[in-house]
Design a protein. Structure first.
Length: 146
């Protein structure tokens, strides 16, 4: 589970370090002002797509931005592939079945089905559960790293 207060604090710190105001973040994240205000208030997490845009703009890892890592181990990231491609890769790489993934993460079987069919993107908190299950980073789950 992501700590919303830590996420909000990291986001505020990164905005300050980069001389960015709310208006600029709304442009970068491609969301409205009220969404950014909810992120900064610690009441809402962004979508995965928005998280990726923010992490890229701040040149940081998703794990750092979400408060999972205390240090930003930033390096060059590749563009994240479509999630249906990435989840298939992860299942094969970590030798997991859909059933085993559902049992180990508690994520609904229907959500996994929709991801595999490319009809839905995961929520950020589900990506964190996947990272814990696969014992890897959020960035790896999203396909930003090898």
């Amino acid at each position: 589970m992501v700590n919303l207060a830590i996420f909000a604090e990291r986001l505020q710190d990164l905005m300050l370090e980069n001389g960015m105001d709310v208006s600029r973040l709304t442009e970068i994240a491609q969301v409205n002002r009220s969404s950014v205000n909810r992120y900064l208030a610690g009441t809402r997490l962004p979508s995965v797509a928005t998280l990726l845009r923010m992490a890229s703009a701040f040149r940081c890892t998703c794990d750092f931005l979400l408060g999972i890592d205390s240090e930003n181990y930033c390096s060059a990231f590749k563009e994240a592939p479509p999630f249906d491609v990435q989840i298939r890769y992860l299942l094969q790489k970590f030798d997991k079945t859909k059933y085993r993934l559902q049992k180990e993460t508690g994520i609904a079987e229907s959500a996994i089905y929709y991801w595999l069919n490319g009809s839905h993107a995961p929520r950020v908190d589900d990506v964190v559960k996947l990272a814990e299950c696969f014992n890897c980073s959020v960035d790896h789950v999203l396909g930003r790293t090898n």
